[in-house]
Design a protein around this ligand. Structure first.
Ligand SMILES: [Zn+2]
Length: 142
């Protein structure tokens, strides 16, 4: 857990479904029932003009890219730097990519994955961590 990190709004009309799913222990994204396209970040409507609904996803993903974060960082992250961060592409939604911390287990600090173990395309699994007090956050398990 990291104290003092700035948190995003979680109750807006489009993003609330994402955060409520995380609170239930699920990863969910907006999906268009008409054309099937998945969307992230949350948005008002699909490209095709239809409304979107949240649907749970498996959390299966692949490592699309990654980087190692070095200082300067926000003060709350300074004790963890350097640390790796993933761009994960979801199995159900090619092209839908999420940025998040890499962990070996859900309780790990964000700096416990050795970047030398990372290879582009390797499988990842979403897990939910409590990055800040009372705030579930998606992370990527190697
Ligand atoms: Zn659509």
């Amino acid at each position: 857990m990291i104290d003092g990190i700035p948190l995003p709004a979680r109750d807006g009309p489009f993003e609330a479904g994402f955060w409520r799913a995380l609170e239930r222990g699920e990863l969910a994204h907006q999906n268009c029932a008409d054309c099937g396209v998945w969307h992230f970040p949350p948005r008002w409507r699909c490209h095709c003009g239809q409304p979107l609904a949240y649907r749970a996803v498996s959390g299966n993903a692949r490592l699309w890219s990654w980087t190692v974060i070095h200082p300067p960082v926000l003060p709350a992250f300074a004790p963890f730097a350097p640390y790796p961060v993933a761009i994960a592409e979801l199995a159900e939604a090619p092209g839908l990519r999420m940025v998040g911390p890499l962990v070996q287990t859900a309780g790990d600090p964000i700096n416990h994955v050795d970047p030398s173990r990372l290879t582009i395309g390797m499988p990842l699994q979403a897990c939910i961590v409590e990055l800040a007090e009372g705030t579930p956050w998606p992370a990527w398990k190697i």
